[in-house]
Design a protein around this ligand. Structure first.
Ligand SMILES: [Zn+2]
Length: 413
């Protein structure tokens, strides 16, 4: 079996004998071994430790990589993306500079409906190739596990097409990929005034086929005022649960929508966005097993308020960070930037953002047994930095590419 031995690692970051979902003050605890070694075999982390206690057999191995002064971290776990899309939307970016709001752009036929029209025109092969390129890009930026949603089809045919593209990405890519069905992203125009007719299509047409072809792990609903109400969200999620799809929701982005409470009431894996949170929503999440996933690159791009990260952490919530990579509100799959924005704009600490982007991100995709920390038996998806002295440098030096190498399944890419 192929072996790679890493020696003299300046800092081996997020080393854990045992994993648990990190909530509240536990997020500041980022275990590090200084001057460490790590052995990778057959694509897995098999052992590690301090150089002072390296076994004689490994100490004498000539065939190794010397990582003096460098950090080795678990790769990023990006638990919320819309990476399959047909076209970028920079014309709307310019509209936003002119002063139009998200809602006004949507009313002009832009927004999600614009992406849906372009997606339905694109072939499955085209969509795959474009998404494949993005996947390669994000892996070079340190992402080793990723969730990808449908939601630009908004028809049975279009949604199934997107989910088949995600399935093919999962089969061909070395990255760990989870698939989420987001047929309830918005109402297609013909159903604007007849919500139940579209929900019936989701429940009676889309879900049975998705389940039959095993096309999704999770269900997502855009729970917002003028989109899907909490009641409609519960209706769709309860139907999806009967097909084995657990909920991961878009909640409380544009309004204090009740999405957080709806998600927590169903033990959703995560409720994502959280820009618009009142004390009730914060309290509700602080006591829940549901993870609060913040997507600050979207707030940055849309010039919106940021999620109240400090209040959530101080209330004891389990939080994760993800990119929301999509053409309309976060055209970036760069987790490094997300970490920096989280420290700069949401006053999270470097240790907290690294934990939220690795272990808690893994939990938000139920991949905690495979990735998210340095633990024996986990998949060797790793980031090797250039020579760096402290973890604080990573979010601090936000414009620099300090990633020197990325390992996926034990192989440098
Ligand atoms: Zn999203």
């Amino acid at each position: 079996m192929r072996q790679t031995l890493l020696k003299n690692i300046g800092q081996l970051v997020n080393v854990r004998e045992q994993d648990f979902l990190l909530r509240g003050s536990a997020l500041t605890d980022l275990p590090i071994i200084k001057n460490a070694w790590l052995l990778v075999e057959g694509g897995l982390i098999v052992d590690y430790g301090s150089m002072e206690k390296i076994p004689a057999k490994l100490a004498n191995t000539k065939n190794h990589l010397d990582l003096s002064g460098r950090m080795v971290l678990p790769s990023w776990c990006d638990s919320h993306t819309h990476l399959v899309f047909a076209a970028t939307r920079e014309e709307e970016f310019v509209d936003k500079i002119r002063g139009l709001t998200y809602a006004e752009i949507a009313a002009k036929g832009g927004g999600i409906l614009n992406s849906a029209a372009k997606l339905n025109d694109a072939s499955e092969d085209e969509l795959f190739l474009r998404a494949w390129k993005r996947l390669e890009q994000v892996s070079k930026m340190g992402t080793g596990a990723i969730e990808i949603k449908s939601g630009y089809g908004l028809s049975t045919e279009g949604e199934l097409k997107m989910l088949r593209v995600i399935k093919k990405l999962r089969e061909k890519s070395p990255l760990l990929i989870k698939s989420t069905f987001l047929g309830a992203h918005t109402y297609p125009l013909p159903y604007k005034n007849d919500h139940q007719a579209y929900i019936k299509i989701i429940i009676d047409e889309m879900l049975p086929q998705i389940a039959q072809d095993k096309l999704a792990d999770y269900v997502d609903v855009f729970c917002e005022r003028d989109f899907f109400s909490p009641e409609e969200t519960l209706q769709i999620c309860h139907a999806a649960l009967r097909f084995g799809l657990k909920p991961k929701l878009h909640a409380n982005q544009l309004n204090n929508s009740g999405g957080v409470q709806a998600g927590v009431s169903m033990n959703a894996i995560s409720v994502d966005h959280l820009e618009s949170m009142d004390d009730d929503a914060i309290q509700c999440l602080s006591n829940a097993t549901t993870i609060g996933t913040m997507l600050p690159a979207a707030a940055f791009f849309l010039r919106m308020q940021y999620p109240p990260a400090r209040k959530l952490i101080e209330a004891g919530a389990a939080v994760a960070l993800a990119t929301d990579y999509n053409p309309g509100s976060s055209p970036s799959g760069n987790m490094n930037l997300v970490l920096a924005i989280s420290c700069i704009q949401m006053k999270m600490f470097p240790e907290e953002v690294i934990n939220a982007a690795t272990l808690n991100g893994a939990y938000a995709m139920e991949l905690q047994d495979k990735v998210g920390s340095i633990r024996r038996g986990k998949v060797a998806n790793l980031i090797v930095t250039s020579p760096i002295n402290s973890v604080a440098y990573l979010p601090y030096s936000f414009g620099e590419n300090w990633i020197d190498q990325v390992m996926i399944n034990g192989e440098f890419i």
